[in-house]
Design a protein around this ligand. Structure first.
Ligand code: GLY
Ligand code: MN
Ligand code: MN
Length: 524
């Protein structure tokens, strides 16, 4: 299906070489060559009339609204007197005239509570007002500029394939979005003048989240030319990006609830994958059976997967981001499944289990698995309030280095390997042990190192613990029995007042428990 704009007729000619060419039909109009939509007055009158009145709106205040108000207030306190522009973003082209499904930018989702496909092209602006005179006693008044549902008397209604009701369904009205978010709304057409207000000599400074919506950014750049202020706009915008990332380091109660939902839904997906293992083994591209099972579950029960699923069997498990998923799944091998459901609010889980395809670990698989599990348990023990984020990784690495030393794989002692100038053990685990988790799978990525890697753990932080060991089949530094084995165990942890909670603890991780769980699901 395509936007059906009638194409004008044009002349065809040829040049002296015999090549044919077409006069007067610009290349960018040619996508409509296949369309034959009528443009007659009779059609226009007929298609825009005869529709029943819309039913009363069913929209109610969203569960996130009180929480997002507090988040906006916290941001307001950091940027008093400045105008903050946070775009949702626009569509991304997949190919030609086909877009990817829309997903709002994570900072926009965090500040508005909007999730699945809400709301392309919208822009949240925090307008500075006198201290205490803003929303909830803050120093800003928030307005959500959006493109509201068009009337049925407009051509957008039936002819606009990106926004029209005939094409994508009825989008929200200004009133609906205001009710849902608790944020004042205005038409997108009002954005430019609202952002430009009081900008100029000694006036309001405007900050925008860059690289989200090129159209909005161009408008802001044009407005900012009026500013006398010479402070680098890039620095200012980066300050906003950093603040928005750091605002998400500690999750509020709504976010923790959404993370619990994402984790529970992901665990159901892992169960479905285990039930699909016989089918996967019977298929030439069994990894696709695994991926398809999980992705189908994610679409049925949530919004999508929070990142591309890694369904890596055998040697493929040693490729950290194996997402081709086109290999066989064979009895006797391990299947590494790294997958997460993103729920409708856009929060995602990020869980890995490494499972024996036929339900039973071999001795050497179990030995490697247990080493990784011991490293994960050491990391859990270190993940307590007051510790530093980097301590969690250090705890896991002590165990990894010790096991590799025991197996005779290190050319130095474990203690020597752990020295910053050595790190031999990292040959077999080149990735980090943890990352923050939330609306983005790698959440808070623009936070300063002093708050992230060197940051002190606080209740409400959610991150992964995901040590692994990966022995490639052509690794001449390990005995043959280890070659082709890749193991990662990844759980999602919430820091609590007195320690932590493994949010994904319901998914078995001890080897005996994994085998028993698989046997139950496979009816053995
Ligand atoms: N699945 C990506 C990661 O674990 O970070
Ligand atoms: Mn992860
Ligand atoms: Mn992962």
């Amino acid at each position: 299906m395509t936007d059906d704009t009638a194409a004008p007729r044009h002349e065809t000619g040829s040049d002296e070489t015999g090549a044919t060419w077409h006069e007067d039909q610009p290349i960018d109009e040619r996508g409509s060559n296949r369309s034959q939509r009528p443009g007659s007055a009779a059609f226009l009158e007929f298609v825009t009339s005869g529709w029943a009145p819309r039913p009363p709106s069913q929209v109610t205040r969203g569960a996130a609204a009180d929480f997002t108000a507090a988040r906006r207030s916290a941001l307001s306190a950091m940027f008093r007197g400045r105008r903050l522009v946070v775009p949702a973003g626009t569509f991304k082209v997949r190919s030609n005239d086909t877009d990817y499904r829309f997903r709002p930018h994570s900072a926009f989702a965090h500040l508005t509570g909007l999730g699945v496909e809400q709301e392309p092209d919208a822009v949240l602006v925090l307008h500075p007002v006198a201290d205490g005179a803003g929303d909830d006693g803050s120093s800003h008044h928030a307005v959500l500029y959006m493109r509201p549902l068009a009337g049925r008397d407009t051509s957008e209604f039936f002819s606009d394939s990106r926004y029209g009701e005939f094409w994508v369904g009825a989008r929200p009205t200004l009133e609906d979005l205001e009710t849902l978010t608790g944020i004042a709304t205005a038409h997108l057409d009002d954005l430019r003048d609202a952002v430009a207000k009081d900008v100029g000599e000694g006036g309001v400074q405007v900050l925008v989240v860059p690289d989200v919506d090129p159209g909005v950014e161009a408008v802001i750049e044009e407005i900012r030319r009026q500013e006398a202020e010479r402070e680098s706009r890039t620095d200012r915008d980066e300050h906003l990006v950093e603040a928005l990332s750091e605002l998400r380091l500690v999750k509020d109660a709504y976010e923790v609830e959404q993370m619990r939902l994402a984790v529970a839904t992901t665990i159901e997906g892992f169960e479905k994958v285990v039930r699909a293992l016989p089918a996967a083994q019977a298929h030439a591209r069994g990894e696709r059976v695994v991926e398809g099972t999980f992705v189908g579950h994610a679409r049925q029960e949530g919004n999508a997967v929070g990142y591309e699923t890694i369904a890596a069997s055998g040697e493929h498990a040693t490729t950290l981001h194996w997402i081709d998923n086109d290999g066989q799944v064979r009895a006797g091998e391990l299947l590494l499944l790294d997958a997460g459901v993103e729920v409708d609010s856009l929060y995602t889980a990020d869980i890995t289990r490494t499972l024996p395809v036929d339900g039973t670990f071999t001795d050497v698989q179990r030995r490697v698995y247990q080493a990784v599990l011991d490293a994960a348990d050491a990391a859990f023990a270190a993940a307590v309030p007051g510790a530093r984020f980097r301590d969690v990784h250090a705890a896991a690495m002590e165990v990894i280095a010790a096991r590799l030393d025991e197996w005779g794989l290190l050319p130095v002692t474990a203690a020597e390997s752990l020295l910053p100038d050595n790190q031999h053990h990292r040959r077999w685990m080149v990735h980090g042990t943890s990352h923050h988790l939330g609306i983005d799978v790698h959440d808070c990525a623009q936070a300063r190192a002093e708050l992230y890697l060197d940051g002190v753990l606080e209740p409400g932080m959610v991150f992964t613990i995901e040590p692994g060991l990966y022995f490639k089949s052509d690794d001449l530094r390990v005995p043959e029995e280890y070659r082709g084995i890749g193991v990662r165990i990844e759980d999602d942890v919430l820091i609590t007042q007195d320690g932590n909670e493994n949010l994904s603890a319901a998914l078995p991780r001890e080897p005996d428990a994994v085998e028993a769980w698989m046997a139950g699901l496979l009816g053995r």
